[in-house]
Design a protein around this ligand. Structure first.
Ligand code: ATP
Length: 235
């Protein structure tokens, strides 16, 4: 196995896709997409349903190997890594938040949030302490022993964000992370994710169909039929 080094993120972009193309059987999902995301930058990926946003996020995370083009994740060309090494790089350097949080239903919140550390061989007590700290940062310090079904949608999403941030990822990838939340919970969750970039210098890629969410980014990349249709610098 070709393991990434812990310091596998030298200077340079957090993410660089170059001429990436991918099709599912006969359906083209991405066509020669190039996208670079710098440390500290928030990029919104937008576009109509089916334009390839989720596929782009899966490619960026190394969960899907595209049929053409190259992907540099945190300074490492994913072609150089096997599946296990990609999983290690993802676990150590990338946080992922999906629409419904996807917490493990029969684990406490504390253990859900500790999971990325435990999967990486972290000590149980230390990982749980870190999880309690992470839960406190998202306002859930009282809920560590709850299980996901006892939470509101907004609380569950905040816990999922705590889990994504527990490794201090240098890249946060979020797929419609606030689409299932009401306006107040959505603004709250968005603030937590944007703090990664604004305060901690990590990069954030937000897939969203919501113009208000996209407007919080530094740059909007709009896809159409698998291609980059437009890039707009917002701030
Ligand atoms: N696992 C799959 N198998 C076959 N086709 C797929 C698969 N996943 C996505 N597709 C197709 O690839 C294209 C891009 O899909 P993708 O989910 O990336 O778009 P999207 O912009 O995220 O859509 P939405 O906003 O509706 O979630 C679509 O035509 C979709 O039907």
């Amino acid at each position: 196995m070709n393991l990434p080094r812990d310091d596998a993120t030298g200077p340079g972009p957090a993410l660089a896709l170059r001429s990436v193309s991918h099709a599912y059987s006969r359906t083209p999902a991405l066509r020669e997409v190039s996208l670079t995301v710098e440390p500290g930058e928030v990029v919104a990926v937008t576009g109509p349903s089916g334009c390839g946003k989720s596929t782009l996020l899966h490619v960026a995370a190394g969960l899907l190997v595209p049929q053409a083009g190259s992907v540099d994740l945190l300074g490492t060309d994913l072609h150089d890594l096997d599946e296990t090494a990609r999983a290690v790089l993802r676990r150590r350097g990338v946080g992922i938040v999906l629409q419904y949080g996807q917490l493990v239903p029969d684990m406490t919140l504390e253990d859900n949030v500790a999971l990325p550390l435990l999967l990486d061989g972290g000590d149980l007590a230390a990982s749980r302490t870190a999880a309690r700290d992470a839960l406190a940062r998202v306002g859930l310090e009282q809920a560590g022993q709850a299980v996901p079904e006892e939470l509101s949608g907004g609380q569950a999403q905040r816990a999922a964000i705590a889990r994504a941030l527990i490794t201090s990822p240098r890249l946060l990838l979020a797929d419609e992370p606030v689409a299932s939340l009401d306006a107040v919970a959505a603004a709250d969750a968005l603030d937590l994710m944007l703090a990664v970039a604004r305060r901690d210098g990590g990069a954030v890629v937000l897939v969203t169909h919501d113009n208000l969410v996209a407007a919080t980014a530094d740059r909007e990349v709009r896809l159409r039929e698998g291609r980059v249709e437009r890039e707009t610098v917002l701030r």
